[in-house]
Write a protein that binds this ligand. Structure first.
Ligand SMILES: [Fe+2]
Length: 181
């Protein structure tokens, strides 16, 4: 997920981490398990990114930690008002490691209640490009590390109407994800 800073309070687009601060990864598109290993490694080294976490900007706060031809890595800060809305990651696989607090991930189920799980600090998960989800902060002051491969470029943002009709809009990774419904 998600997104360069276009909103007030969002952080820099600059890359925070030097390549040597990332764990050794192959110079190619990474699969979900490799991405999960990457975010888990970074989650265990808060000295590399913790100074960039903020929850007092009045909007969603996210920082691009790293981006090259094969992978991009983001720091996301969550309060309970923060909600990505339904989205996909186009051709990218992704992984999330929660480092503080908790985030709730939901997957839409047509004609039924969404499948929901809450990942707490220390938990991680990953997904392929077929994945559609929505993430919200479950606890104010939560922090998570995300990685995507290939790097995010286009994404799909969805609305689901009250009667269950789903629509997809293609958006740039530089657009802030938000609920459309
Ligand atoms: Fe996402």
């Amino acid at each position: 997920m998600t997104l360069a800073p276009t909103s007030p309070g969002a952080a820099t687009t600059g890359t925070v981490l030097a390549p040597e601060e990332l764990p050794d990864v192959p110079a190619r598109v990474l699969d979900p398990a490799e991405l999960e290993a990457l975010v888990t490694d970074l989650a265990g080294r808060p000295e590399a990114w913790a100074e960039h976490a903020r929850h007092d900007t009045g909007g969603r706060h996210y920082v691009s930690l790293f981006r090259d031809a094969h992978v991009d890595v983001w720091l996301l800060c969550w309060n309970t008002v923060d909600d990505t809305g339904w989205h996909d990651h186009d051709t990218s696989s992704g992984a999330v490691a929660v480092t503080r607090g908790a985030v709730t991930e939901s997957k839409p189920r047509l004609g039924g209640e969404a499948e929901e799980r809450t990942a707490v600090a220390g938990a991680s998960f990953s997904f392929g490009p077929d994945h559609i989800h929505r993430m919200v902060g479950a606890v104010d002051g939560s922090v998570s590390i995300h990685a995507y491969s290939p790097p995010l470029w286009r994404m799909g943002q969805y609305s689901i109407s009250d009667d269950g009709v789903m629509r997809r809009w293609s958006v740039s990774y530089a657009d802030e994800l938000r609920p459309l419904d």
